[in-house]
Write a protein that binds this ligand. Structure first.
Ligand SMILES: [Fe+2]
Length: 390
């Protein structure tokens, strides 16, 4: 089988989604469509403080649908938080789950649904297609432009006994409906806009160079790269300007459709490993690792990285390959720094002593499988060492 013709068999999975300003207000109607008797809302204190829970519950109230609110998630959602959520869901006799927030509430909600339905600990579903019974209906409302868990087949949960993150990859964790409302991102602070925006950019880049990419994921990934690279800094500088927020949300959505189907790569393997061991923030890890991984991967698929550079707005005509790579690396590092992410991975807790374990865990992360250049544990440790040094 060839890999570059674009004619290989490829499946594309995506949920139904409603995109646009006011999508949040449809939650009552959609919960009713799923015949909800009582909904569990999984969210977090930041989203509540921003006023989005109040809007969502107003919509539910207008349809006479009761709810119970579970706020017990933290960044890098943990196995025991999912277990607490299952207990809460059962105690409150809910039958539909609503996730309202960024990646952490959404992944936690996915975990609650499948753990409840299968009567097992969430860690039992690690890997690809390991969920026998789908969970109850899951309705997602993302409030960040980054994670795209609202359209993805992924749920990432921290295994706190092994200090690593597990990936659950299954059609059963694709939400039943995503209500994607760019207005919900206007309340994100600048640092969160930066971290989640860089996460989305990494989703698109890793999907585009993935071994499992396809013509459909390519289209989504390239469009996402252009939208995200063009609008990230503007969205940070003018947080209430809905046009920039719309472009970032659309970029995140397209990146999510791409990576959910094409898979990711070493940036995510290495970021997951850091999140599991050190509870480091996901988007910041990705941002700090991206240029180092591009530098390592470039030789495997140079024409793909050149296309990424063009999608980010670079002119490469007449440049030799080495200069094209340098131009892309400079562009990525420049965007990250403009977004205020300027330190090394030492800033999120990594020390030289952590590198062997981090590298070993990253090697076994499922995202490593679709990285375009095979990497040994030594390669990965060397990448961490570079990211720690500069
Ligand atoms: Fe990510």
């Amino acid at each position: 089988m060839t890999t570059q013709t674009g004619y290989e068999l490829r499946k594309f999975v995506a949920p139904e989604f409603v995109y646009g300003i006011g999508a949040l207000n449809l939650i009552g109607r959609y919960a009713k469509n799923f015949a909800a008797r009582k909904t569990l809302i999984v969210t977090d204190p930041g989203v509540v403080a921003a006023g989005w829970l109040e809007k969502a519950t107003k919509s539910l109230a207008s349809e006479n649908i009761p709810w119970a609110v579970f706020q017990g998630t933290t960044p890098n959602p943990k196995d025991y938080e999912v277990a607490n959520g299952v207990e809460f869901y059962r105690e409150n006799e809910c039958d539909v789950i609503i996730a309202l927030g960024g990646g952490s509430p959404m992944d936690c909600a996915k975990g609650i649904g499948i753990a409840f339905a299968n009567r097992k600990d969430v860690l039992a579903f690690e890997g690809v297609d390991e969920v026998p019974i789908p969970g109850p209906p899951l309705l997602c409302i993302p409030t960040t432009a980054g994670t795209a868990a609202d359209v993805s087949q992924f749920a990432i949960i921290a295994d706190t006994s092994r200090n690593l993150k597990i990936a659950i990859v299954s059609k059963t964790v694709v939400p039943d409906i995503a209500l994607i409302d760019p207005e919900t991102t206007t309340t994100m602070p600048g640092e969160l806009t930066a971290a989640t925006g860089m996460d989305a950019l990494v989703h698109a880049i890793e999907a585009y160079v993935s071994n499992a990419s396809s013509p459909v994921t390519d289209l989504n990934a390239l469009a996402a790269i252009t939208l995200l690279a063009k609008n990230l800094i503007s969205a940070m500088e003018q947080p209430n300007e809905i046009g920039f927020r719309h472009n970032m949300m659309l970029g995140s959505l397209l990146a999510g459709l791409a990576f959910s189907n094409a898979g990711l790569g070493l940036v995510h393997s290495m970021a997951h490993s850091m999140g599991g061991l050190l509870d480091s923030p996901h988007g910041i890890c990705n941002a700090l690792l991206l240029d180092h991984v591009v530098n390592f991967n470039y030789q495997a698929v140079p024409e793909r990285y050149d296309r990424i550079a063009q999608a980010m707005g670079l002119k490469l005509d007449g440049l030799p390959p080495e200069s094209r790579k340098e131009a892309l690396l400079k562009c990525i590092a420049g965007l990250r720094k403009d977004a205020g992410i300027v330190a090394t991975i030492g800033s999120v807790g990594v020390t030289a002593g952590h590198l062997p374990q981090l590298a070993n865990n990253a090697l076994h992360d499922p995202c490593s499988v679709t990285n375009p250049r095979p990497a040994s544990v030594q390669d990965i440790e060397a990448l961490y060492a570079r990211a720690l040094a500069q």
